[in-house]
Design a protein around this ligand. Sequence first.
Ligand code: PGA
Length: 266
Amino acid sequence: MAVQGKLFVVANWKMHLTQQAATELVSALSLHEDSSSEVTVGIAPSFLTIHAAKASRKADGILIGGQDCYPVDEGAYTGSISAPMLRDAGCSFVICGHSERRTHQQEASHLVRDKAEAAIKSGLHVILCVGENAEFREHGSYLSFVETQLRESLPKNASSEKLTVAYEPIWAIGTGKNAGRTDIEEMHDHLKAVLHELLGEKIPRIIYGGSVKPNNALEIMSLPVVDGVLVGGASLDAAAFNAILDAAYQITSNQTRDDGRSKAAK
Ligand code: PGA
């Protein structure tokens, strides 16, 4: 199954959940199978819970993905997991360049690009994360900072089918502060223009991440520039993630969006 439809809603479990907890959480998710062509649902478990998450899906409707991969297919790289290994484990996508890896593992954009290229070569869809910290936001240079990050991290083999960009302002991740409507619109419009220049007419999806919760998911996903969400904290709770999924289904069942544009027009 591929990433398709108007909205891509992705759970990033980060370094949480045992196999038992992963099984319980996935079993408690309620997908609207009849809306599966409009909402693609993804879960990125830790490597060790990929199997449990995959095995406890009620239907094939949930895509499973990795939270990272190594840029080389195999070799003497102790502790690393490659893109072909993720494919072999049943993954359809991988997150590359999450800000927590850029910060804690000092991942530079050229490494993120190499990882993303290896992932696409192996047949994985890539969620490429970009986003500025509070300092760049306050300084006012956030658009150029994120643009440079995107240009330097974008894999050469990227296309709208193979890649999703996740805009995740670091100051909004896990803080309960989410970016406002105008912040999101400004950045997504800017990134769309950069992607248009680099990749042509068919622009990859741009999803938003950073304290997406049941109480703001509808508003955020209703923005025509937002093609889905990457959810951390709220994805660890079945009721909260189900509420976010319900918001996505509600939006896609209303064919007319607040500016009259259809998200299907890619
Ligand atoms: P959050 O995390 O929803 O907990 O802010 C988002 C992310 O890091 O992907």
